[in-house]
Design a protein around this ligand. Structure first.
Ligand code: PMT
Length: 222
């Protein structure tokens, strides 16, 4: 899908999971493969954008031509996003960020002991909410919502609470959607519309998302 639709635009994309260490050999993470975020990055490149990709640990190779910043933890992703968000026209948060991290990271491997192990967690920064609060004029911010129930209601709440322009809602329990697969099935929510996107490749969904952002930006300029 080659075009000049995003020529001169800077697009910042986050992808993949975050990892939070428990001790030197163990960590907490999630099932994100990075495919959605990397497909978006490729789509934005093909549409002529300057693309910055900030990614948690995944098995994929960054598309040729992106500025690539690998990170591990949610805090590192937050810092990398803060360092690059000011100049971005479009920001898309496809990453699956860990909401909590262990309060203490044990310096030594945690030894097997009693029947139960208690770990205390603290909240990670909410990167999307931060971006929404510090939005620049003309910036269009798109979050994702990964839900297991009440998809559209929960996505609508995220759109409002995190002050973003768009949310792409996908459901973990829908076949061919969400984590790992090459396809996704989603609904794009913005302040005035809901657009269902049937099953398509993550690349095709990436193009659709970017076109939607461009339309919002154009509306905002009129
Ligand atoms: O990587 P794949 O295997 O291709 O899978 C794609 C995907 C399922 C990971 C992707 O399509 C997706 O839904 N990503 C968002 C997953 C998620 O963390 O959703 P959430 O509903 O928990 O978070 C909502 C939004 O807030 C997301 O844009 C997330 O990036 C952001 N967030 C969440 C927590 C946090 N501390 N900071 C954030 O910025």
């Amino acid at each position: 899908h080659r075009s000049d639709l995003l020529k001169g635009k800077r697009v910042l994309i986050t992808a993949g999971p975050t990892q939070e260490a428990l001790d030197p050999v163990r960590y907490l993470t999630n099932h994100s493969s990075g495919k959605m975020g990397y497909s978006l990055a490729q789509a934005a490149l093909d549409m002529g954008a300057e693309v910055t990709l900030i990614s948690g640990p995944v098995q994929l190779t960054a598309p040729k031509g992106v500025r690539f910043y690998p990170v591990t933890t949610a805090k590192e992703m937050f810092d990398a996003v803060c360092a690059h968000c000011d100049t971005a026209d479009f920001i898309i948060k496809a990453a699956a960020v860990g909401d909590y991290r262990p309060l203490y990271v044990s310096e030594q491997k945690i030894k097997k002991g009693g029947e139960r192990l208690h770990v205390e967690f603290v909240k990670n920064p909410d990167i999307l909410a931060y971006l929404g609060e510090h939005k620049r004029p003309h910036q269009i911010i798109c979050g994702f919502a990964m839900e297991t129930q009440n998809l559209l209601e929960n996505a609508q709440a995220k759109l409002e609470n995190k002050h973003c322009d768009m949310i792409v809602a996908n459901d973990l329990h829908t076949e061919g959607a969400g984590f790992q697969s090459d396809t996704n099935i989603a609904t794009i929510l913005d302040r005035s519309s809901r657009t269902p996107c049937p099953k398509m490749s993550k690349y095709a969904l990436g193009v659709t998302i970017l076109k939607h952002m461009l339309a919002l930006r154009t509306q905002g300029e009129q």
